[in-house]
Structure formats: structure tokens, C-alpha cells
Design a protein around this ligand. Structure first.
Ligand code: KG4
Ligand code: ZN
Length: 354
């Protein structure tokens, strides 16, 4: 189905189901967000300490219709007023992605609405335009989420060069794993950033993994192991009667020290990438961009370097369908064509080196 809307006002229904959020949003053009509904599955997966793929896809199946219906109601429109559908095509959990895509295909067929597949990373990259403080191209962007930590040189909508990526764990994954080590609930990012507020970031010197001097890649598995070793040594001391059980202050200090080390490397490498490319604008997005300390350090370091610093409002950092609708809008503007044989994918081409 081909979409040709070059000069019309467009209403886009975005749907996101790549991981553990079933989300739907309605955007009018690239400026007005008419509805934004997010149904998180955190309660379902929390007891397992992480997302269980089979449970996730079943829950998406239950939730997708009510979530989309709620979004349309919130926007005050019916499906007949929707000009285009934007659906997350990948990367993500295959079963979960398939629920969203099949739903979009069915809507498209029945209602004769064209649809486009959106790369989830492209969604995070465009999410910064959902805020008031929009960047101008070109810029350097860090996308730090549960699945990726990647630095891009962005020269236009859907024009990116990958500059660096994680060689092992993603930043959000490190937050989640460290939370597990500390017996804190899933997802780890929000709770670690909350507890860090009462901790001393300089209390424990966890290692910063800078890799080779000119590398823009990341590695977060080492710091996770350091936290695990630190906690184990502490537990042995407690078992041998040499220390009291871990106090709240100690947990807060571990959180703050871990967070500081991750933030240092994420911000340091992004600023370096911008310096190398002589780009004056930096962008921060993805779930980890909701972290207040990372936002603060980006603003401070970027300010010192004379960069213009942009990030989406916190609500658009973690997974949402508004960013998918907005990316879809720009794809339709570029005359994107999607056929019914479109399939989902688990790995993003955006994060593969050329
Ligand atoms: O973008 P996102 O919602 O999903 C993926 O595309 O992966 O990111 C989720 C990740 C989780 O690992 C979560 O722990 C992390 O983002 N996260 C945070 C914060 N809020 C969410 N990490 C650090 N600080 C936060 N405040
Ligand atoms: Zn995401």
C-alpha cells in the first residue's frame, strides 16, 4: 500500500509492542500529540526479575485492543480519521513484535489505512522532537536503553552513522543486573537512581571502562562484576561476624557509586564523539536518559564544551508509542511504502557497523 500525503495534515496512530510495554499514541502532524497510552507489564515480569518473552507476548495480545481503543478515545477520533499506522517492526522480542504487527496489518486491511514499519531505535532517535527543545541537524546522539547503548552521528531524519556501541551489556541492562545483585526490584534503573540520591557517588571506586583511547564503544559487564564482587565480599564479612548486615546507607552508596561510573562513561564518550566530529549539538535519549544524574551531567559537560544539549522529557525516554507515531509520520512524508509481507526482526540494522 502506498501513502501519498505530501501536503496534507496527517493523523498517525502509532503502536509499540517490542518488549514489555503495550503502547498506542495518536499524533497530528509532527507537532500535536493527541493521545499517549502506555500499559506497562512491569508487575507481571517483576517477580521473575526480568522480562519473560512468552508471558510478554500473551499479555500484549490481551492488551493491544483496549490500549488502541483508549488512545483513539483520548484523541477524540475514530479509526476512520486515521491517515496512517506506524508500527514497531524491530528490534525486540519476536513474539511481542508480531502481536503489534499482526494487529496493524489487520487494521490496515479492514480499514484500508496504509502502514509503515518503524525501527525502535529510530523511534528513540526521533523522540527528542517530542519535547519543546528540538535540536537542529547535524548532531551526535546517545541512545542508552535496556537493549542498546549506541552513539550515532545524525545528519537528518533516518540518516545516521553508528560511531560506537556496547560490546557486551547495554547501560540499562547493567542497571537491571546490578539491581538484581542488590535484591532490588525490576527494572533497576528507576530504583537505583532513586536510592542514589541518598548515597555518596565517591564512596566506592568502581572501574570506568574506557576501552582503547580512540574507541567510542562501551563495555558495562566489568562494572557489573565489580559490584557483584563487592557485594559478595561484604556478605562474607557479615557471615563471619566482621560486619553488620548491609545498611540502607551502604546500599545507597553502592547505587550512587555504580551510577556515577556509568554516567561518567556515557557522557564522556558522547562529548568526545561530538568534539571529534566538530558537531555542536548533542542529544540524549532511550530509557536510561530518564536518569536524572545522567541528564544533569550531560547538561553540565555539554554546557562546558559549548554544545547545545537536547533530550526528550522523561516520559518519552522509556518505551512509548508517541516516538513510533512521530517516526512513522516522517516516513510517510518521505513516501514510505509498506507491503503486507513485511516481517518483524530481532536485531536493528542501525546498530550494526557498516
Ligand atoms: O528504552 P527502554 O524503555 O526499553 C528498551 O528499549 O530497552 O529502556 C528500558 C531501560 C531499562 O533497562 C531500565 O532499567 C532503564 O531503561 N531505565 C533507567 C531509568 N529508567 C529506566 N536507567 C537508569 N535510570 C533511570 N531512571
Ligand atoms: Zn526502547
Amino acid at each position: 500500500m502506498t501513502a501519498s500525503f505530501k501536503n496534507l495534515l496527517m493523523i498517525i496512530l502509532g503502536i509499540e509492542s517490542s518488549c514489555d510495554e503495550t503502547a498506542a499514541a495518536v499524533m497530528e502532524d509532527d507537532r500535536r500529540l493527541l493521545a499517549n497510552v502506555i500499559n506497562s507489564q512491569i508487575d507481571l515480569h517483576g517477580i521473575y526479575g526480568g522480562v519473560v518473552p512468552e508471558l510478554a507476548s500473551r499479555k500484549h495480545l490481551e492488551d493491544i485492543y483496549p490500549v488502541v481503543a483508549q488512545a483513539l478515545q483520548q484523541a477524540g477520533i475514530t479509526l476512520d480519521q486515521v491517515d496512517g499506522l506506524a508500527i514497531t517492526q524491530g528490534p525486540g522480542l519476536i513474539g511481542s513484535l508480531l502481536v503489534g504487527l499482526s494487529f496493524a496489518k489487520a487494521l490496515s486491511l479492514v480499514k484500508k489505512i496504509p502502514y509503515v514499519g518503524v525501527d525502535h531505535m529510530a523511534g528513540h532517535l526521533v523522540s527528542v522532537f517530542l519535547g519543546e527543545n528540538k535540536p537542529a541537524f547535524p548532531y551526535v546522539a546517545l541512545i542508552a536503553s535496556g537493549g542498546h547503548s549506541s552513539i550515532f552521528h545524525v545528519t537528518g531524519y533516518f540518516q545516521y552513522t553508528l560511531l560506537g556501541r556496547t560490546r557486551d551489556d547495554a547501560a540499562g541492562e547493567a542497571f537491571d543486573k546490578v539491581a538484581k545483585i542488590l535484591d532490588l526490584p525490576y527494572p533497576g534503573g528507576p530504583i537505583i537512581s532513586k536510592l542514589s540520591k541518598n548515597g555518596d557517588p565517591g564512596a566506592i571506586s568502581f572501574p570506568r571502562s574506557w576501552l582503547e583511547p580512540d574507541s567510542l564503544d562501551f563495555s558495562f559487564s566489568g562494572i557489573k562484576t565489580s559490584v557483584a564482587n563487592y557485594v559478595k565480599q561484604n556478605q562474607q564479612l557479615i557471615a563471619n561476624g566482621g560486619a553488620k548486615s548491609r545498611s540502607e546507607t551502604e546500599t545507597a552508596n553502592i547505587c550512587a557509586s555504580f551510577q556515577e561510573a556509568v554516567v561518567d562513561v556515557l557522557a564522556g564518550k558522547t562529548m568526545k564523539a561530538a568534539r571529534n566530529l566538530k558537531v555542536k549539538t548533542v542529544v540524549l535519549a532511550g530509557g536510561v536518559a530518564a536518569n536524572p544524574r545522567l541528564r544533569e551531567v550531560f547538561r553540565q559537560q555539554g554546557g562546558r564544551e559549548g554544545f547545545s544539549v537536547h533530550m526528550p522529557p522523561q516520559q518519552f525516554c522509556t518505551d512509548n508509542a508517541a516516538m513510533i507515531a512521530l517516526a512513522g509520520y516522517h516516513l510517510f512524508r518521505q513516501q514510505a511504502v509498506t507491503t503486507l509481507d513485511m516481517d518483524v526482526y530481532s536485531r536493528s540494522r542501525l546498530t550494526e557497523l557498516a
